[in-house]
Ligand binder design. Structure first.
Ligand code: EPZ
Length: 421
């Protein structure tokens, strides 16, 4: 087990390059098995979730090799349609494999994905979407057994714009006969990135990024070389870290358009932000103003994956902030630890009321989920004294050596192996 040790009060300054997006790379790795020839993904982040997805592909019989930061996936020898139990449980996004396996092999056996720290994470919308394409789905002893022998294109109406369900249906429909239309599709940018990748492999998909996506099934798909889009949540997290310390940073390779809702909130808090092609220039005030209301919503609303980081920022902002989490049912796991650092937060149902205090003080806190862990690091950067964040491996699931990026900007932060103490 590892932890981060942070000494607060150091202003962040400098330039940092944003990695490729975890939430683009994961579905694209699943989609790679739809190609009959090898695909190469450039600049993949070295994070636990990506490494687990690679292991899943290898277990299914794909050859996956790393060439520097590039991943080469050769699915020509894929022979299993049954997902490995242990790895699938560890990685929620293994659920994307359902659509890809059905698209490639017309069959998928996937362990029922467990909930996780932020909520139940059901897959009813995924299963309803696949059923609309003619997939016969049975649940047997914790396994979801999908028989796609009779799959045909069709109309899929999602009750909720689920990112994963949208991506699963896109991948299942890519290589089946007929036309599929997804209504009330999720509009997250990572879905448009998946469309770009699949079309580079010969798929015929249009509309991703809007609420209606059309897929013309094709008989085969070839390989491609593709660089996934930059990570808007990593970029937002870095801006929040700078904002917490009154800092001044420059992001390069940043997904500027896709950061709109986050940039708008940070401007409301008094930050000066200029954007250019792939660049964000950011200057924070000495003390932030409250943004007032923050409500997480499906894209293009304020992203749920930035809620914890934003909540941490409001702890020392001038005024009271009302933060409402509408996407997941249990995504305030970081509040207790922030209170231990001196924050004044009251949570009622899905709303947190945060009354800004002058400063937080260091404490020993625990990362309970990926973005909550990042939020505690951000609080530690601003707090007086030293903060220890236990559970570095939880943060490593979604960030490539976050402590190195932060220390490169002047943070006093280091990673420690947990001794027995
Ligand atoms: C993706 O998860 C992201 N993960 C999440 O990022 C992100 O928070 C989420 O989209 C929303 O933007 C990846 O892309 C790998 P959903 P996903 O299906 O697809 C409910 C991070 O920190 N729902 O849009 O699982 C669900 O319970 C992670 O990087 C159903 O009820 O999200 C949730 O309340 C966390 N039934 C809501 O919809 C279903 O069948 C949104 O879930 C599916 C989802």
């Amino acid at each position: 087990m590892e932890r981060f040790r942070v000494e607060g009060g150091h202003r962040l300054a400098g330039e940092v390059r944003v990695h490729c997006a975890k939430n683009a790379v994961l579905p694209i790795l699943a989609g790679a098995i739809l190609a009959d020839d090898p695909t190469t993904l450039l600049d993949c982040p070295d994070i636990a979730d990506v490494n687990n997805m690679v292991r899943i592909l290898q277990t299914l019989g794909c050859k996956v090799s790393a060439q520097g930061a590039a991943l080469r996936v050769d699915a020509s020898s894929i022979q299993s349609d049954t997902m490995p139990e242990g790895l699938s449980k560890r990685l929620r996004s293994s659920v994307f494999m359902m659509g890809a396996l059905l698209g490639r092999l017309r069959r998928a056996v996937v362990p029922y994905p467990g909930g996780c720290e932020i909520g139940q994470r059901p897959i009813d919308l995924h299963l309803a979407g696949l059923t609309a394409l003619g997939v016969d789905i049975r649940e047997e002893g914790g396994l979801v057994v999908c028989d796609g022998a009779r799959m045909r294109g069709g109309e899929v109406h999602l009750d909720y714009p689920s990112v994963g369900a949208t991506e699963n249906v896109m991948m299942a429909a890519a290589r089946i006969p007929g036309r599929t239309v997804i209504y009330n599709a999720a509009r997250e940018p990572e879905i448009a990135d998946l469309q770009r990748f699949l079309n580079a492999c010969g798929a015929r998909i249009a509309g991703a990024g809007s609420a209606t996506i059309e897929i013309e099934g094709v008989r085969r798909m070839h390989g491609a070389t593709y660089r996934p889009m930059p990570d808007r949540i990593e970029a937002g997290t870095l801006l929040a870290a700078a904002a917490a310390t009154g800092g001044e940073v420059e992001l390069t390779d940043a997904p500027v358009e896709e950061l709109g809702a986050v940039i708008a909130k940070l401007r409301e808090m008094g930050c000066r932000i200029e954007t250019g092609a792939g660049r964000v220039t950011f200057v924070a005030p000495q003390r932030l103003d409250s943004p007032g209301q923050v409500i997480t919503l499906p894209y293009p609303g304020f992203p749920t994956d930035m809620q914890a980081q934003m909540l941490a920022l409001t702890c020392c902002a001038r005024g009271t902030s009302i933060i409402t989490e509408t996407v997941f049912e249990n995504r305030f796991t970081h509040v207790g630890d922030l209170r231990r650092m001196g924050a004044n937060i009251v949570v009622k149902d899905r709303t947190a009321i945060v009354r800004g205090v002058r400063s937080l003080h260091g404490a020993r806190v625990y990362a309970r989920d990926l973005r909550g862990g990042a939020a505690l690091l951000i609080a530690g950067l601003a707090a007086r004294g030293e903060t220890v964040v236990e559970g570095a491996e939880i943060v490593d699931r979604g960030y490539e050596r976050l402590e190195q990026m932060l220390s490169g900007l002047g943070a006093q932060i280091r990673r420690e192996r947990q001794t027995d103490e």
